[in-house]
Design a protein around this ligand. Structure first.
Ligand SMILES: [Cu+2]
Length: 120
């Protein structure tokens, strides 16, 4: 039982570091030294104010919670516009969305969709 817990814990830790790595892959490699000091305060502010980004659904799989979006600039991730796959925090968030829909969405630091809605 204890062993199993340890195993689960290390898998969890691994998946966290993997998603952090994936996040780093997305172009936050400018200016580390100078901004390090203000980093903590900034991140707190980011999680409080949800930044909505525009996107267009290119592909959607409500079963797995994965959606391919052609998105505009994502300010809280400093990510330029591109087409990429996102995971919804809960697959149910993707219900009612279809390929070709224009959406507004928000993502967290791990690039999981925390909010997504059809743009009218
Ligand atoms: Cu992207």
């Amino acid at each position: 039982m204890k062993n199993q817990l340890i195993k689960i814990a290390s898998i969890f830790a691994l998946s966290i570091s993997t998603s952090v790595f994936a996040g780093g892959d997305h172009g936050v490699h400018s200016s580390k030294a100078g901004e390090q000091k203000s980093m903590e305060g900034m991140q707190m502010k980011q999680s409080e104010t949800m930044e909505m980004t525009q996107g267009e659904v290119k592909k959607i799989d409500p079963k797995t919670g994965k959606v391919t979006l052609k998105h505009g600039e994502i300010k809280n991730l400093q990510m330029p516009p591109m087409t990429m796959v996102f995971s919804a925090k809960e697959a149910a968030q993707l219900e009612g969305l279809n390929k070709g829909d224009n959406v507004l969405f928000a993502v967290d630091q791990n690039m999981n969709i925390t909010h997504i809605e059809k743009k009218q």
